[in-house]
Ligand binder design. Structure first.
Ligand SMILES: Cc1ncc(COP(=O)(O)O)c(C=O)c1O
Length: 382
């Protein structure tokens, strides 16, 4: 038997999302753990896909993506943020947000480069940085407000800092960056060559009339940023794994050097369908109000319980603080909730390297009203 080489990711196991989904399935629990809708996408979009497949658009797309889709993406960004990206030279269609993040890190991070992330953090940032020999420096945002202390972030910067990864709106906390956060960030990166990888997959899910402050609105940041988005989140099609990266040409050129050997190109008929569907801005402009109704339904349903509902400014996740309900740690509590009360969630500690436990769990409300209703019924009985 051969001796296996040392694992490049010795600390990495199955993601918490898969673990909780499996536990939910084994226990016939309502699955509010993984971030995906349990309802159908718009039939208009499905019909476009069907049409393009049947019309014979089934072969490789160009490396950077179909031009019609890239033009629609550029138009969307310009209309939403008054920022201009050249569709052909500065936008790359990717196999979801995850591949865009992986490719961006692979393209720029070398051994011993330092990368700053903000925790609670989406799970793919850290292992990807480590895979390329980079070193992760973390700032831990804490419950209940998950604010960023920019002085502390400044303390993490060294001459080795190559990249800052942002996630705005933030999964799992539901926080969005404020104008002040952005001003502080601009001050920190001024006169440095630090790149920004801005994961904005929930860009169109922001509540209560607040505005999503994309990195591309600020020329001082845009010039050094790779902006990542996901059609999975935008159009309720997480299983299609399609998204994009928008970045200035010099950054896009490097990004594509990796992209071409990573996936080369992405699903042709789906790109064509998305391009057609995106011609109507309503398809994404109504997303915030669509999800705000779901957020409010869940929050109202849980208002009379002993759970503390933390602020939810964006994304489709609601954070619940449960110290008045149980003194178990969040992993044990989430497991108990799944097995005994038949509602699956994700413990917040899994979004921190140091497993910070503040008795907070995450519920996904991208679900049909009847699913949320059943979950509320079970949670109110506790
Ligand atoms: C913050 C964040 N970034 C990236 C992704 C990945 O997006 P995609 O499913 O398009 O790969 C997700 C998916 O849940 C996410 O929550």
């Amino acid at each position: 038997m051969i001796q296996l080489p040392l694992s490049k990711l010795s600390n990495v196991g199955t993601t918490i999302f898969s673990q909780m989904t499996q536990l939910a399935n084994e226990n016939q629990a309502i699955n509010l753990s993984q971030g995906f809708p349990d309802f159908m996408p718009d039939s208009e979009l499905l019909n476009y896909v069907d049409d393009f497949i049947k019309k014979g658009f089934n072969q490789y797309a160009p490396l950077g993506g179909m031009i019609g889709l890239k033009e629609e993406i550029a138009r969307k960004i310009e209309n939403s943020h008054q920022a201009i990206y050249h569709p052909d030279a500065e936008i790359t269609v990717t196999a979801g947000g995850t591949q865009a993040i992986f490719t961006a890190i692979a393209a720029f991070i070398k051994r011993d480069d330092e990368v700053i992330i903000f925790e609670p953090a989406y799970d793919c940032y850290e292992p990807t940085v480590e895979l390329f020999g980079g070193i992760v420096k973390r700032f831990e945002m804490k419950a209940p407000h998950y604010e960023i202390d920019w002085n502390a972030v400044k303390g993490l910067i060294s001459e080795k800092t190559k990249m800052i990864i942002l996630n705005n709106p933030n999964n799992p906390s539901g926080k969005i960056l404020t104008e002040n956060d952005i001003r502080e960030l601009i001050k920190i990166v001024k006169d440095t060559s630090i790149l920004i990888l801005s994961d904005e997959v929930y860009e169109n899910i922001v509540f209560d009339g607040k505005q999503h402050l994309s990195i591309c609105r600020y020329p001082e940041l845009k010039e050094r940023s790779l902006l990542v988005a996901s059609f999975g989140k935008l159009f309720h099609v997480t299983g299609w794994k399609i998204g994009y990266c928008a970045a200035p040409k010099a950054l896009t050129d490097e990004f594509r050097k990796v992209h071409q050997f990573n996936v080369f190109c992405v699903n042709t008929p789906i790109q064509l369908a998305l391009a057609e569907y995106m011609k109507n801005d309503d398809h994404y402009n109504q997303l915030s109000s669509f999800f705000q109704k779901k957020r409010d339904f869940l929050r109202q349903g849980l208002a009379s319980t002993s759970f503390e509902l933390l602020d939810c400014e964006g994304t489709y996740f609601q954070a619940l603080k449960y110290d008045k309900v149980s003194d178990k740690n969040d992993f044990d509590f989430a497991s108990e909730l799944t097995v005994t009360h038949k509602v699956a969630s994700v413990p917040f500690s899994s979004f921190y390297k140091n497993k910070v436990n503040e008795n907070v769990i995450r519920l996904c409300f991208a679900k049909k009203e009847e699913t949320l209703e059943k979950a509320i019924e079970n949670l109110t009985k506790i």
